[in-house]
Ligand binder design. Structure first.
Ligand SMILES: Cc1cc2nc3c(=O)[nH]c(=O)nc-3n(C[C@H](O)[C@H](O)[C@H](O)COP(=O)(O)OP(=O)(O)OC[C@H]3O[C@@H](n4cnc5c(N)ncnc54)[C@H](O)[C@@H]3O)c2cc1C
Length: 434
């Protein structure tokens, strides 16, 4: 069994506030026997379901298989932040890739965000898209950088939705002494991630895609067609999309060489009522610049949904609740005594340079993963461009695939220990505020 699955009950969604506040769809069938399809998609998260809907809309016969359930992976348990751009500033991307390529990449990321907003507005209103993400500087020296990023977006890409915040402005929004300034992007936003992924599945099925749950792909025989084997069945497909992100086991070495599974954790407090305004004075989401970053927002019933504490260990710690409660108390002492009702973890895929790994693995196999904390928006777009590539229009796929993603040093055995050492060092710097 994939060791990551030991953190969860097999075939079950985790006990999160999201699961407690969503209408869970009835079980879908397990794949049994042999089926054929134009396209087989491995993974029923945002990436796989977006690809499925776009391909089915084009009239292709699509099968999606998930080892567990729709939304079992990161898509059903994340921080819900629909971010602008990538997990690398556009300033840096322009330096690295040149102005034209950076502009093209920015436009794709803007489309990704607009797609989430439009899907929520037209088809998945229960995901409740809310505007605004603040990025907060945890050290005085980082304010200038965040302001330069915001000004670059305003001047180079006419992105007027972002504005800089000085210390007084950020303290008026976020009631902690920990921040020195930052920026607020009103075009970014936050959603209920599990309701959103359920909505994507509904749309994919309405377009004609077939989804099988509790059907883990153990082996792929490459060829034309490719054959994918699950415990009880097999799929012969002309094309394959790998959309397992951090959960995809090492069945495809070209993918696992570039993707490191990282765990992140979220706590949901009891409803705060009027005390919610003692944390955030607007219904925005926040992420901060601490290397061991925190991300948080309020839920529709005024709970604080507080995430952080990334870990490179495969097993989740036993005391997620205690650790996150301590972090909340440290940042927001005014919440002293507030109960944490839910705490859960999940696995995301990161790449070494934090840019998504969009790859052609074989002539008829494509893959997208490693959004590095920016996948709520970018994964849907990746699914869409993979669908375009399969339909014969590979231009936008090639733009994303042109991002160079080096393999992790140390191979699959040593990359996690190397990164753990680096994390300990940066976590210590956070604590010492250096
Ligand atoms: C705690 C947490 C907080 C996060 N917060 C944010 C955030 O605020 N904003 C943001 O943009 N991003 C965030 N992310 C990342 C974001 O959730 C992901 O980038 C995104 O959901 C990736 O979607 P996906 O469809 O590619 O992968 P997933 O949603 O992980 O789906 C992959 C699916 O593939 C299945 N699978 C894997 N291997 C196989 C196999 N062999 N056979 C069959 N099925 C298989 C798994 O069961 C899983 O359901 C967060 C992630 C976590 C874990």
């Amino acid at each position: 069994m994939n060791p990551l699955y030991r953190n969860d009950r097999q075939g079950q969604l985790p006990d999160s506030w999201y699961a407690a506040s969503a209408e869970i769809a009835p079980d879908r069938p397990t794949l049994k026997g042999a089926v054929t399809a134009d396209v087989c998609i491995v993974g029923a998260g945002y990436t796989g379901l977006s690809a499925a809907r776009h391909l089915a809309d084009k009239g292709l016969d699509v099968v999606v298989v998930d080892a567990h359930r729709v939304g079992f992976g990161a898509s059903g348990r994340n921080g819900g932040q629909v971010c602008s751009g990538y997990n690398m500033s556009m300033r840096k991307m322009a330096e690295r890739y040149g102005a034209d390529h950076a502009r093209h990449l920015w436009d794709l990321a803007e489309e990704a965000k607009a797609d989430v907003r439009a899907l929520c507005a037209q088809h998945i209103p229960e995901a409740r898209f809310r505007n605004g993400i603040a990025e907060a500087a945890a050290r005085p020296g980082e304010v200038a950088d965040l302001h330069a990023d915001a000004n670059f977006l305003r001047h180079t890409f006419d992105h007027d939705a972002v504005r800089t915040l000085d210390r007084a402005e950020i303290n008026a929004l976020i009631k902690t002494d920990d921040y020195f300034g930052g920026h607020l992007d009103e075009s970014a936003g936050h959603i209920h991630p599990l309701r959103y992924v359920f909505g994507l599945a509904r749309l994919a099925e309405a377009a004609g895609a077939r989804i099988f749950e509790r059907s883990e792909v153990h082996h792929i025989v490459h060829g034309d067609p490719a054959v994918l084997r699950t415990g009880k069945g097999q799929i012969r497909a002309n094309h394959v999309i790998l959309a397992g992100n951090g959960y995809l086991p090492s069945i495809v070495p070209k993918v696992s060489a570039k993707i490191l599974p990282v765990n992140s954790f979220i706590a949901a407090t009891e409803p705060l009522g009027a005390r919610a305004a003692q944390v955030l004075t607007q219904d925005i989401a926040v992420s901060d610049s601490k290397f061991v970053l925190n991300y948080y927002r309020l839920s529709e019933d005024n709970r604080l949904l507080f995430g952080g504490r990334p870990s490179y260990q495969i097993a989740f710690p036993k005391d997620i609740k205690t650790k996150l409660s301590a972090r909340i108390a440290q940042m927001f002492p005014q919440l002293d005594g507030v109960r944490v009702d839910y705490a859960w973890g999940g696995t995301l895929g990161i790449t070494i340079n934090k840019l998504p790994a969009v790859q052609r693995i074989a002539p008829n196999v494509v893959s997208a993963s490693g959004y590095s904390g920016h996948g709520v928006a970018l994964s849907g777009l990746a699914g869409k461009v993979m669908a375009e590539a399969i339909a014969g229009q590979a231009g936008r796929f090639d733009t994303l695939a042109a991002l160079e993603i080096p393999n992790f040093p140390g191979g699959t055995a040593f990359r996690a220990p190397i990164l753990r050492l680096a994390m300990t060092w940066y976590a210590m710097r956070d604590r010492l505020a250096v």
